[in-house]
Write a protein that binds this ligand. Sequence first.
Ligand code: GAR
Length: 199
Amino acid sequence: MTKLTRLVVLISGNGSNLQAILDACVSGELPASVVSVISNKADAYGLTRARNAGVEAIYFAKRENESRRDYDARLADEVTSKQADYIILAGWMRILSSSFLSSFPNRVINLHPALPGTFPGTHAIQRAFESYQRGEITHTGVMVHLVPDEGVDNGPVLATEIVPIHKDDTLESLETRVHQAEHCILVETLKTIISNTKT
Ligand code: GAR
């Protein structure tokens, strides 16, 4: 039997993209195993999704007065202990410094609900929707990229997909379409990376 690729997924919230990964692992679509889910938020629903799937779920709290670098170094130690092949940022809403990233070159993968160079940071879908309403853009998109440094939602692009915006869209309908695109592109990209790694 081929060895399953070990994934650690970092989240901060709902975890619908984590769920897409978990489902693809269970169905066998993804020859991978989520070995741990780590959240920087105690109430992230993704932690419940992990537990429901029988996957280790860790709330990784920031200590009082802890610097970003110290938190990131401690997080790197935690992730290292999981012997992950890849670390997936699936709605992880905290910038990672080099004291985390230097431990995992070319192994940290981020998902962002916008096209490269557009709407980095939080509320990307809402900002795209508002930009569309001002007549500045005709579509938005999603991307998956490597995280080489502290640049926000920026790094070597692994995959992109355009998501159209329709005249009768509400923010909610656009969000639904973007999230559907994300769930697919994330699993597809991981599939490609894993199959390329194994050949
Ligand atoms: C997703 O839309 C993801 O792309 C976004 O957070 C959401 C998490 O949803 N990430 C960013 O905006 C990163 N800058 P989920 O918790 O349901 O997977």
